[in-house]
Design a protein around this ligand. Structure first.
Ligand SMILES: C[S@@+](CC[C@H](N)C(=O)[O-])C[C@H]1O[C@@H](n2cnc3c(N)ncnc32)[C@H](O)[C@@H]1O
Ligand SMILES: [Zn+2]
Length: 288
């Protein structure tokens, strides 16, 4: 059975904000707006007028590159950190967490965190993976029948207020106000961002001047009702063989600034050991 066959509370019509109910193979609101609910487990709730989200979603090549890199364990520290934080939350709350992955891409983080929770307590609620890229969600839904993937904008979430326990945002854009709106009181927002040393060795080879990135996510800081709870840094060396190196470049914005000749030269220098440096910040919703 796919998650598309189960009850899906909390979804709202992106056009009029009324609740969406299942109606055979689609989702429908009381006004009569109807949206596809694909059997593969994803719903299309992005309106054609939300064109900036359409334009910012990953294309097929980026989705394939991301799947290849993540399948090779490139994100292992992120998956570990997110899974531990989610199970810590569920333990403290004494109930399973309703998860939301904002800009979930091809779904590895949501799927793997979900699988680990199942191993621990066997009880889970279907979570949501939201992304503007239909291609990414087709890939995500193809290998995850436990969560619902929703093509939508993270700047305008088609979800009820106070319906989510844990919101995750890994290297993705989102509106902080929307994260706060959908979180329940005591819910947490986990943001993963690149630290100053992330892929520094690649950047040094690609660019003449390497600017240091500001670590961490400050978007939720200072917002009414959100309080910082935890900050962790995870840095390690990763060996990139030529294929993995091409995938890592292909899933990042470096893809647009590196010429094919530069990429060939980088791949010829493989295997290269590079640093991955992830900064994980956690905020808790205390109610306003
Ligand atoms: C850097 S990728 C991160 C993907 C995934 N979280 C990961 O770390 O593997 C950014 C993701 O955000 C999505 N995205 C970009 N703009 C968006 C928007 N306005 N609404 C929803 N998703 C968006 C892209 O399609 C892409 O999948
Ligand atoms: Zn509607």
């Amino acid at each position: 059975m796919s998650v598309a066959d189960t009850e899906l509370p909390g979804l709202r019509c992106p056009a009029c904000r009324l609740p969406l109910d299942r109606d055979a193979g689609s989702l429908r609101c009381a006004t009569g707006h109807t949206f596809d609910l694909a059997r593969q487990g994803y719903a299309h709730l992005l309106l054609s007028k939300q064109s900036s989200a359409h334009d910012s979603g990953d294309d097929g090549e980026m989705v394939r590159a991301r799947r290849a890199a993540l399948s090779a364990g490139y994100y292992a520290p992120v998956v570990d950190a997110v899974s531990d934080l989610v199970s810590g939350w569920a333990e403290r709350a004494g109930r399973p967490a309703r998860l939301l992955d904002l800009g979930c891409g091809e779904g590895t983080v949501l799927r793997e965190a979900t699988e680990r929770l199942l191993d621990q307590d066997g009880v889970r609620l279907p979570g949501y993976g939201v992304d503007a890229s239909k291609r990414a969600l087709r890939s995500a839904a193809g290998s995850d029948k436990r969560n619902l993937y929703v093509v939508a904008s993270t700047y305008d979430l088609p979800l009820d207020d106070a319906s989510i326990d844990v919101a995750v945002k890994v290297f993705s854009p989102a509106a902080a106000g929307e994260v706060v709106r959908v979180l329940r009181q005591d819910g947490i927002a986990i943001a993963v961002n690149p630290g100053a040393d992330h892929l520094i060795e690649l950047r040094e080879r690609m660019y003449e001047t390497v600017t240091s990135r500001p670590p961490g996510d400050t978007a939720l800081q200072g917002l009414p009702g959100m309080h910082p709870l935890h900050r962790g840094e995870h840095a390690r060396g990763v060996v990139l063989h030529a294929e993995l190196l091409r995938a890592v470049v292909g899933m990042t914005p470096y893809r647009w600034s590196v010429s094919p000749a530069q990429l060939d030269a980088l791949a010829a220098a493989a295997p290269l050991t590079v640093t991955t440096h992830f900064v994980v910040t956690v905020h808790v919703a205390m109610g306003s």
